[in-house]
Design a protein around this ligand. Structure first.
Ligand code: KMH
Ligand code: ZN
Length: 272
């Protein structure tokens, strides 16, 4: 089991709103601050989305550029990962707007699925196209796996040469429409990886901290943050993603794992 754990913070996402929590950041300045604070709390990676000022999801390059510039201007060295998933209903062209200079990783969602009452479309040619764009831009892909069949797609991408190491795998468990956040599911998925690689888990909602705790015991890495979960405990809102990162740091200490620094995370993830 690796001693170090990469803690990633998903600080905004595309779905959560200020109506649900006043702590959801919207503007590039707010999102950058949330990322910097998450880094100070112990996150090595920040998973970024952007928003329009009224909170609608945005994949505008200008928004992502401003977020990245502000993170670096604040002196933060966190690894910057930009979402190519965006929000349900966005075209692939729109989603690719996030891959700005300064990004180090980009997400690669491995299949179409029900996403709550919506459908998150990732047809196989779209996945291949996004993988090619990540390769062109020399970004390390983070493969988002919500369901078991997506591991078969991962194997197919590797077999066909659309994807090659270094890549990271994120098991996103608890989306209504995907696999739930259970120990059985996480063990099944981790054991089913087509080749040995580093992986992490993002538990959605109430699954966030139990899945983090389990991944820490299993030798995986963890993702927390307001994109996935708004609460520190039942009915108690997190004041920001940094508070959830601090909880993950505490869980890591209990499991005997040390939070990786951004440069350690770059080494583990193969970011040059
Ligand atoms: N907002 C979800 C539909 C990603 O960032 O790549 C997709 C998502 C995944 O959040
Ligand atoms: Zn996301």
């Amino acid at each position: 089991m690796p001693d170090q754990v990469i803690i990633a913070a998903a600080v905004v996402g595309a779905e959560v709103t200020r109506a649900q929590s006043p702590h959801v950041p919207y503007t590039p300045a707010e999102i950058a601050k949330a990322a910097v604070d998450a880094g100070k709390a112990g996150a090595a990676v920040v998973h970024l989305h952007a928003r329009w000022p009224d909170g609608r999801p945005s994949q505008e390059a200008a928004h992502f550029r401003e977020i990245v510039d502000r993170i670096r201007a604040a002196g933060s060295d966190v690894v910057v990962q930009c979402s190519t998933g965006g929000a349900v209903g966005m075209s692939v062209d729109e989603r690719l707007g996030s891959l700005v200079d300064g990004a180090e990783m980009g997400t690669l969602n491995l299949g179409t699925m029900n996403f709550g009452d919506d459908v998150f479309v990732n047809a196989r040619p779209d996945v291949v196209r996004i993988a090619a764009r990540l390769r062109e831009r020399r970004l390390v892909p983070e493969c988002e796996v919500y369901d078991a069949g997506m591991l078969d797609t991962l194997r197919w991408l590797l077999d066909k040469g659309h994807l090659a190491a270094p890549y990271h795998v994120q098991f996103v468990l608890g989306v209504p429409g995907g696999m739930t956040g259970s120990e059985r599911n996480l063990r099944f998925l981790a054991e089913g990886l087509p080749e040995p690689t580093h992986w992490s888990v993002a538990g959605i909602g109430r699954f966030q901290l139990p899945m983090a705790e389990l991944a820490l015991r299993m030798g995986g890495h963890v993702r927390v943050g307001l994109e996935d979960n708004l609460f520190v405990s039942k009915g108690v809102l997190a004041r920001g993603s940094d508070e959830l990162v601090a909880l993950a740091v505490g869980l890591a200490a209990k499991a005997g794992r040390a939070p990786a620094t951004p440069s350690e995370a770059r080494r583990i993830l193969g970011i040059s």
